[in-house]
Design a binder for this molecule. Structure first.
Ligand code: ASP
Length: 280
């Protein structure tokens, strides 16, 4: 059993030590809780559990901590992919739900598994997800001043369960101040992908991640026999060619954990029951 989570990027120049410690503490706590959960649940259930906890933490750019877009609205995207079924599900630019990743999970059972905007919200309402707009604004006013100037990051988790299944989930509030209607990478196979060889979750500039095809490319390279390190190396060289900004976390079917980033430090934590690693 293995698990790694991320919470976007950390920049020494624009973020305080206080934020860094808070993120480290939160990631450690969520990685430990999620690892406990993984003992009795599948990889797919665990990545959703971990990402929902990350969405609930306003330190990160997902769920209640999501960035505001150019028209002042919050639109969130989240996705899930499971090696056991080889299925991908997701929501794109959904508004006013607490945990977009839970809506993505519900969509896993549907024929139409990626829904956008009002269709996604309508589906959420029909499936018992409460409207969360008031709560979002209440919590935002508490935290906004603190986190606004400190930068935040998309969240994700990949896990390998005791039966050898892999899964990945990713959730984002977007880049911040983007044009309404912009679609990020997080609910595409460029930003979130899992097959029976490798599971990957990305953060960074969605346009770069989509142009590079980061997650699906890394997983395909591992599937075709490259080591996880080489798959990352090659993919990040290609990302550099387009001056791309991204980070990714992954686990392969042998339990090798890897992460890499093009620019400053990615906020990550991994845990396998023995060794705990966290960004510094
Ligand atoms: N990938 C996200 C997006 O472009 C943002 C991030 O990872 O911070 O929407």
């Amino acid at each position: 059993m293995k698990l790694i989570i991320h919470g976007g990027f950390f920049s020494e120049s624009s973020q305080s030590d206080e934020t860094k410690f808070a993120k480290q503490k939160s990631l450690k706590n969520i990685a430990e809780k999620s690892f406990e959960f993984l003992k009795n649940h599948s990889a797919s259930e665990t990545v959703v559990f971990a990402v929902s906890l990350l969405e609930d933490d306003p330190l990160f750019n997902a769920g209640i901590g999501s960035q505001i877009q150019r028209d002042g609205k919050i639109r969130m995207s989240a996705s899930l992919m499971d090696s056991a079924t080889q299925k991908f599900s997701g929501v794109i630019n959904i508004q006013n739900v607490k945990n977009p990743v839970l809506v993505a999970k519900a969509l896993m059972n549907e024929d139409d598994r990626v829904l956008g905007d009002t269709g996604a919200k309508q589906y959420a309402e029909q499936h018992g997800f409460e409207d969360f707009s008031t709560e979002i604004s209440q919590r935002r006013s508490e935290y906004e001043a603190k986190v606004k100037s400190e930068g935040k990051g998309t969240v994700g988790c990949v896990a390998l369960d005791k039966d050898g299944r892999l899964a990945a989930a990713t959730s984002t509030g977007g880049k911040g101040f983007e044009l309404p209607g912009r679609i990020s990478d997080s609910a595409t196979v460029a930003g979130n992908f899992a097959n029976s060889y490798c599971a990957v979750s990305c953060t960074g500039v969605g346009e770069d991640i989509v142009s590079n095809g980061t997650a699906v490319k890394i997983a395909t390279r591992v599937t075709d026999g490259l080591s996880i390190q080489h798959a990352f190396q090659k993919t990040f060289i290609e990302l550099k060619e387009i001056d791309g900004f991204a980070g990714a976390i992954a686990i392969d079917h042998l339990g090798n954990i890897h992460h890499q980033e093009s620019h400053p430090t990615m906020v990550f934590a991994s845990y396998d029951g023995n060794e705990f690693r966290i960004f510094d």
